[in-house]
Design a protein around this ligand. Structure first.
Ligand SMILES: CCC(=O)OC[C@H](C)CC[C@H]1O[C@H]2C[C@H]3[C@@H]4CC=C5C[C@@H](O)CC[C@]5(C)[C@H]4CC[C@]3(C)[C@H]2[C@@H]1C
Length: 408
């Protein structure tokens, strides 16, 4: 597509962003910036290095375990925030998942064994994705949910994430609360948007360790992009046990005092591919199957077809919500349940308060649950129900409702 073409559509598009209402998902963007991937797929970015994900379970020393969690978290950032640039040349606009959309898969790794991914769009207004990533062999689970609050200023889209992630290590009955980075999208003017992370995130463990990661963007000495500095401390002590620094898109080193004790580089650590069922075997609510026709239209860059196929799905959803409203029902989430603020928030905030470091840095503030339509927790009973087949009728009825609404 010639420069001119990108120029007109893109410029008018960027102007439209300037007046958007904060809900990124509701924007219609030019075909060349659309990605075929739905936002519900992004949960997979947490575990594309399964070895690092299960490594903490092998550390009996709690300090080394906390360091292994920090190293795993840092290894996820490149895939989370810059894998579209690598694969597609720039950040792209993901498809806006419909309520109940699923993304199910697993990673097979000779050492880590099988790691299962369950991702579900638990809210459409506002868009909220919940996920549960489980490695039974090593007893490591990551569960969380997130939404985004976006604003626009001086040609940049600022995105604050709401929600959080919790890592649980069965062998030590240990929890790690992970907050989600604030990001902004640069490069909009040139039509080549990319993510830069900013401010800081916290990893707060129930065993008293506390990591703080500061995203410093362009290193003022090195001029390199995507720089960060991280420290690991023990609650209540000012001693810095380890420092980790480098570029989250490339490599980083771990230091104890002045001595380098470990390092990680993406070049030497290729990601493990996610295994998905072939589209024809997928549940109709699974993302790749549900959006298959839109993906074809995006490949063709056929604006009309994209619009037509997307509105079939979106109209069906509107119809379902209308019917549910009339019947006084709500959509039954397949794997997650929203719990009252006091029970879940209380537990999470007690954990954070109990372990927050006396350094006066707030450990973890759980965003206002009304921003994410509640606190979404993985529901083991629902999961067992799916695995044992006792929910067969209920799930079939749900799929039939969606298919009936999409048919006409
Ligand atoms: C609507 C404006 C628009 O389409 O502008 C086009 C540009 C592609 C910029 C907007 C989109 O940029 C995408 C980047 C997405 C975030 C990337 C990574 C993550 C981490 C993951 O764990 C949770 C989701 C999150 C925060 C993505 C959220 C959606 C973002 C901001 C996309 C923007 C619509």
């Amino acid at each position: 597509m010639g420069r001119k073409k990108i120029g007109t559509t893109w410029t008018s598009f960027v102007k439209s962003i300037a007046s958007f209402n904060g809900d990124l998902a509701s924007m219609t963007a030019p075909p060349f910036i659309l990605s075929k991937a739905s936002l519900v797929e992004f949960s997979a970015y947490w575990t594309e290095h399964p070895k690092l994900f299960v490594a903490p379970a092998k550390e009996s020393d709690p300090e080394k375990r906390a360091l292994a969690v920090l190293k795993w978290f840092l290894s996820t950032l490149k895939q989370q925030y810059s894998s579209r640039n690598e694969k597609l040349g720039s950040e792209k606009k993901p498809l806006n998942p419909f309520l109940g959309e699923l993304f199910l898969g697993h990673w097979d790794d000779p050492e880590a064994g099988k790691t299962e991914l369950i991702s579900e769009q638990v809210s459409h207004h506002p868009p909220v994705t919940a996920y549960s990533i489980i490695n039974e062999k090593h007893g490591v689970k990551l569960q969380g949910y997130n939404g985004q609050k976006a604003s626009f200023a001086s040609m940049t889209i600022n995105v604050k994430q709401v929600g959080l992630a919790r890592l649980h290590i069965d062998a030590y009955d240990e929890d790690y609360l992970i907050t989600l980075p604030t990001l902004h999208i640069e490069g909009l003017v040139y039509g080549t948007p990319y993510v830069e992370l900013e401010k800081s995130t916290i990893i707060q463990s129930s065993s008293g360790y506390f990591a703080k990661i500061e995203y410093t963007g362009k290193g003022w000495v090195s001029g390199k992009k995507n720089c960060f500095n991280a420290t690991l401390q023990k609650v209540g002590s000012k001693d810095i046990l380890y420092t980790i620094s480098g570029q989250w898109t490339d490599s980083f080193t771990v230091k104890k005092g002045k001595t380098e004790v470990d390092s990680f580089s993406h070049k030497n650590n290729p990601t493990t591919p996610l295994t998905l069922k072939p589209i024809e075997e997928q549940d109709p609510l699974e993302s790749r199957r549900a959006w298959a026709k839109v993906a074809v239209a995006i490949d063709k860059g056929d604006y009309e077809e994209i619009g037509m196929e997307k509105s079939k799905i979106e109209n069906a959803q509107r119809e379902l919500r209308k019917k549910e409203k009339e019947e006084g029902k709500t959509w039954e989430r397949r794997y997650f349940s929203s719990v009252e603020k006091d029970s879940a928030t209380g537990k999470l905030l007690d954990l954070a308060a109990k372990y927050s470091v006396s350094l006066g840095v707030p450990a973890v503030t759980l965003d206002d649950p009304s921003k994410t339509n509640g606190i979404w927790l993985f529901d083991e009973k629902k999961y067992e129900g799916v695995k044992s087949g006792t929910r067969e009728e209920e799930l079939k009825a749900a799929v039939e409702k969606v298919e009936a609404a999409t048919a006409h």
